[in-house]
Design a protein around this ligand. Structure first.
Ligand code: ZN
Length: 308
């Protein structure tokens, strides 16, 4: 059974989203070099006199960049975007599907692109799904297929899928993420459960270390015991987290690197002061904060004088 909106959306299948788009720049070595540097791709095929462009750059040659394409007739570059595609998106927006997320893309390569190639492209609205409910919300998957050509030759296709959806109402705040406890750090978390902050100490050379590791960075020795931190420390450095928001946290908040009196440093939260009163050098004292029934975390409380 199809909803009425779904029927109207389905009518867009097969219609053009882009007609005779023109690449803003020819395929060129500087863009290839930047791409390879960003991706860390050192493949020799992408350098030298016989260089080809990395196949995965396919979509990049169709993009208008920050300044955009000039329009259907202007050169260089033309998006060729049709009214049909705008109408489709407007219809979804008006139905409350105002959010969008790119879900996946598939590419097919038919011939390599080389510096100097001038590309053109056409995009078709390949399919619009039934109404779907996902964790993000309810909406429709829209799949477009872009054919990229050099002259008459098809160089590749780029199939791109988005979900246009009405955001689901926010559920209850999720619990704070659990620490990953493994055999190398289990002793630390056992200490935290007992409200003791344990620092590893190499029994070979006496070097303290934090976070917990299987071996000593100083002498390589595998044997260790622990010392309990006095709980005194100072803020060695900090950042204030504004964005992106994580569901279990309420930004803005300060994340601090605390230098313990014993000399090792650990990342934690500073309590007892607003986020904008946290400063380098601020004296702090260890306390244990229960977030829920299972989760206790070591945090550091600033003295009362820091709050004013
Ligand atoms: Zn050691």
């Amino acid at each position: 059974m199809r909803d009425e909106l779904g029927t109207r959306l389905k009518a867009f299948e097969g219609r053009s989203a882009t007609v005779a788009g023109v690449g803003k720049d020819p395929v060129n070595a500087p863009m290839i070099r930047h791409w390879c540097e960003a991706m860390g791709d050192t493949n020799e095929a992408y350098t030298g006199p016989d260089a080809i462009a990395p196949p995965t750059m396919l979509q990049a040659w169709t993009m208008g960049g920050l300044s955009g394409h000039r329009g259907p007739t202007g050169r260089p570059g033309s998006s060729g975007r049709t009214e049909a595609y705008d109408d489709l998106l407007t219809l979804l927006d008006e139905a409350g599907c105002t959010s969008v997320v790119a879900t996946d893309c598939e590419q097919e390569y038919l011939r390599p692109l080389r510096p100097g190639d001038e590309i053109t492209f056409d995009t078709v609205i390949e399919s619009v799904s039934e109404r779907k409910t996902t964790k993000l919300g309810t909406g429709y998957f829209v799949t477009t297929r872009t054919d990229i050509r050099v002259g008459p030759d098809l160089a590749g296709t780029h199939r791109f899928r988005i979900l246009k959806y009405a955001p689901a109402r926010r559920r209850e705040k999720p619990p704070r993420p659990r620490p990953v406890v493994n055999r190398d750090n289990a002793g630390f978390w056992e200490g935290v459960q007992e409200h003791r902050l344990l620092i590893q100490r190499c029994t070979g050379c006496g070097t303290l270390r934090f976070p917990w590791l299987p071996g000593c960075n100083s002498c390589g020795g595998p044997e260790w015991d622990t010392v309990e931190a006095s709980g005194e420390g100072t803020v060695y450095s900090y950042v204030v987290m504004h964005h992106p928001p994580f569901p279990a946290f309420d930004p803005p908040y300060a994340v601090a690197l605390i230098e313990l009196a014993e000399g090792v440093r650990m990342i934690s939260n500073v309590t007892g002061v607003p986020y904008d009163k946290v400063r380098i050098g601020l004296p702090v004292t260890l306390e244990f904060q229960a977030h829920d029934k299972e989760l206790v975390l070591p945090v550091f409380r600033a003295g009362r004088e820091a709050a004013v």
